[in-house]
Design a protein around this ligand. Structure first.
Ligand code: UD1
Length: 366
């Protein structure tokens, strides 16, 4: 029998943490040695610690404390600080998650040290190279030895880019594992009632992409649109630190009348609010998938998505960051709310287990 491998997982930003949790659980069940490195890309307690608590994640074995910076600074600092950890731990494989700067930085370090790289959430493509995440995805997938794809479109993208098919594993969506596991606890929090709202009686917002929040004119138009929406429905907006900083620079022209601005929410509270929302308006990748699985109408304020299955099979629709486009999409999304949540292939709560099974079959990457 093969000995269980030593797996080293690298996480750093909020959307990584819910992808790590199911893999950590499945590896623990197989008695694999699992080392967790937190780069510190996200460091505010509500962007990091709160997620470790809600997801019952083990404390990271190594904290690189890189903090914020330009893309080059952040990526370079992660690489510099991760290399000695990688050398000291000498793992059998380095696992990276999603598409953030921590993902590509760690993949580069491991690949150059000759350590096999596994990419969880491989193959997603928006075909929009102006997004930093798209560059991170393309580079990481080229470096990876094991590519864990969430959907068939992701496999097709990898195939088109010449990735050998034996490296690709159709494991499903790992974030949905976390959602399925946490949903009963999230629902028990009764978040809508806590906010004095009826089920489906509110719209939930998240916006943080540079393309939406860094340009003051675009951000102003978005905030004015939210204020209009708040005229006929309660609007809740947990604000990402990047967005909070940009709203602060608007010198009072950030009109948000009637919109409830909140601090970023911990995982369970956010999931509780998403599950009962009448509508979600977002530019997040994860929320497009979570709303699809839950059957909650979603408007994604972006010109494209790397998760097309959420539009073709799910509840998602795209809208430009313009008032009319968002209002129109919001009305259509509400009107076409599905009676039952769609079923997406392998978004079934077993993805962490499938990944661990591949990892523990050491022959696949020796
Ligand atoms: C990053 C990811 C993005 C992901 C998002 C989720 C990249 C390129 N982008 O974007 O794909 O959707 O995380 O949140 O990796 N800040 C704080 N506290 C924190 C973290 C950040 O105040 O804990 C502020 C800093 O001013 C920082 C800014 O937010 O400069 C942006 O943080 P950064 O990690 O660079 O990118 P995100 O916008 O969070």
């Amino acid at each position: 029998m093969n000995r269980p491998p030593t797996v080293l997982s690298v996480v750093g930003a909020r959307p990584n943490f819910m992808k790590l949790a199911p893999v950590a659980r499945a590896l623990a069940a197989r008695a694999a040695r699992h080392i967790v490195v937190h780069t510190g890309q996200h460091y505010d307690p509500e962007m990091s610690e709160a997620f470790f608590r809600d997801l019952d994640l083990p404390r990271p074995d190594h904290a690189l404390d890189v903090g914020s910076g330009s893309h080059a600074q952040q990526t370079a600092t992660i690489m510099e600080r991760f290399e000695p950890v990688c050398l000291a731990e000498a793992p059998d494989i380095v696992l990276v998650y999603g598409d953030v700067n921590s993902t590509v930085a760690a993949a580069l370090v491991a690949a150059k040290l000759g350590i096999p790289v596994g990419h969880v959430e491989a193959g997603l493509r928006s075909r929009d190279r102006s997004m930093p995440e798209e560059l991170n995805r393309i580079v990481t997938d080229q470096l990876a030895d094991l590519l864990f794809a969430p959907s068939r479109d992701a496999i097709e993208n990898l195939c088109r880019e010449g990735v050998p098919p034996q490296r690709v594993h159709f494991v499903g969506n790992v974030m949905i594992d976390s959602l399925i596991m946490a949903l009963p606890e999230a629902r028990a929090l009764d978040m809508a009632r806590r906010h004095g709202l009826a089920r489906r009686g509110y719209t939930l917002i998240t916006l943080h992409r540079p393309a939406n929040v860094d340009d003051p004119d675009t951000l102003c138009e978005l905030l004015q649109t939210l204020a209009l929406l708040a005229g006929h429905d309660a609007v809740l907006f947990p604000v990402h630190p990047r967005t909070r900083a940009r709203i602060g620079r608007l010198n009072g022209s950030g009109i948000v009348d009637g919109v409830r601005l909140m601090e970023p929410l911990p995982y369970l509270e956010m999931l509780g609010l998403v599950a009962d929302a009448g509508l979600v308006i977002t530019d997040s990748g994860g929320l497009q998938e979570e709303t699809t699985w839950l059957g909650v109408p979603c408007v994604t304020v972006r010109p494209n998505t790397e998760r097309p299955i959420t539009c073709t099979a799910g509840t998602n629709r795209l809208a430009a960051p313009r008032r009319a486009a968002i209002q129109q999409a919001a009305a259509a999304a509400r009107a076409e709310r599905p009676a039952a949540a769609p079923i997406i292939e392998r978004w079934d709560g077993c993805t962490g287990e499938r990944i661990a099974a591949v990892l523990c079959d050491a022959r696949r990457f020796e």
